[in-house]
Design a binder for this molecule. Structure first.
Ligand code: SAM
Length: 251
């Protein structure tokens, strides 16, 4: 992807309620699996995007400080505006830092949250590297795309082999959780609506708008077509794959 294509890519994903599959209901369900101590707690949302999950966590845990981390600074600006609008700014810290090098002391966090972003680092790597930042008895909650059927259709298998060869089955992710020294507090598959309502439906609108805007620009159209293909594959083959939320507890 050249510089201009990257810009088109960011344009496609701008103005969306979220930058990946998820929903407020899924965030709340995963959070209900975390047993937190009374009083002040520290929660970090890693790869937070524009803050759909961080905002929900601020609502669900009114006494918690929320740290929001993402490498893309404009997303953090948008997140800060959303927190301001909801009156949660005083509990927010943002940092434009890479998830591979989180700026925390050991055992600083009660909960490390990561929706639709752990793939950037790989589940095994993240489970191992982030363990030290979590307090004993604290949690790492993350969502990850998984195969939901043993024999996915060839078109879906080819697409994911190219896009994210790390995609695996929920039981393989649970084995990684166990091997990295966590206990599984719970897991569940997100419904198809978590892909569409706040993600693919508004993304499809951006695709249509930018297709007109870049009608004569081959390089931009390449990126737009790529995004359209991802959406089309989802609508055709989503029974075979989906996002799964995992909540892991550090003993
Ligand atoms: C698919 S989006 C998910 C965003 C958000 N969690 C959500 O569910 O809407 C992935 C996010 O990870 C961020 N990201 C990518 N690589 C990163 C890295 N190395 N460190 C921190 N954030 C990263 C991207 O900027 C993007 O906001």
């Amino acid at each position: 992807m050249d510089k201009k294509q990257k810009r088109v890519f960011m344009e496609l994903f701008s103005g969306l309620p979220r930058q990946g599959p998820g929903s407020a209901a899924a965030t709340a369900r995963a959070f209900s699996m975390c047993r937190l101590p009374e009083g002040k707690t520290h929660i970090v949302d890693v790869g937070c995007g524009t803050g759909a999950a961080a905002l929900e966590l601020a609502r669900l845990a009114p006494e918690a400080d929320i740290t929001a981390i993402d490498t893309h600074a404009p997303f953090l600006d948008e997140l800060e505006a959303r927190f301001l609008e909801h009156g949660f700014s005083e509990r927010l810290i943002t940092a434009a830092e890479p998830m591979e090098d989180l700026p925390f002391e050991d055992e600083a966090m009660d909960v490390l949250w990561c929706e639709g972003a752990i793939y950037n680092m790989g589940v095994k790597n993240a489970l191992e590297s982030w363990n030290r930042f979590i307090k004993p008895g604290g949690y790492l909650a993350f969502s990850e795309v998984c195969w939901l059927t043993p024999d996915p259709p060839a078109v879906a298998a080819e697409f994911w082999a190219a896009e994210y060869p790390g995609i695996s089955r929920p039981d393989a992710v649970m084995a990684l959780i166990h091997d990295a020294g966590y206990e599984l507090a719970g897991h569940f598959a997100l419904p198809a609506s978590a892909w569409t309502d706040d993600y693919y439906i508004p993304l499809q609108r951006n695709v249509a708008r930018l297709r007109e805007q870049y009608a004569n620009d081959g390089a931009a159209l390449e990126i737009i077509d790529m995004t359209q293909r991802e959406i089309d594959i989802f609508y055709k083959y989503s029974g075979s794959y989906g996002y799964v939320f995992f909540v892991a507890r550090k003993p």
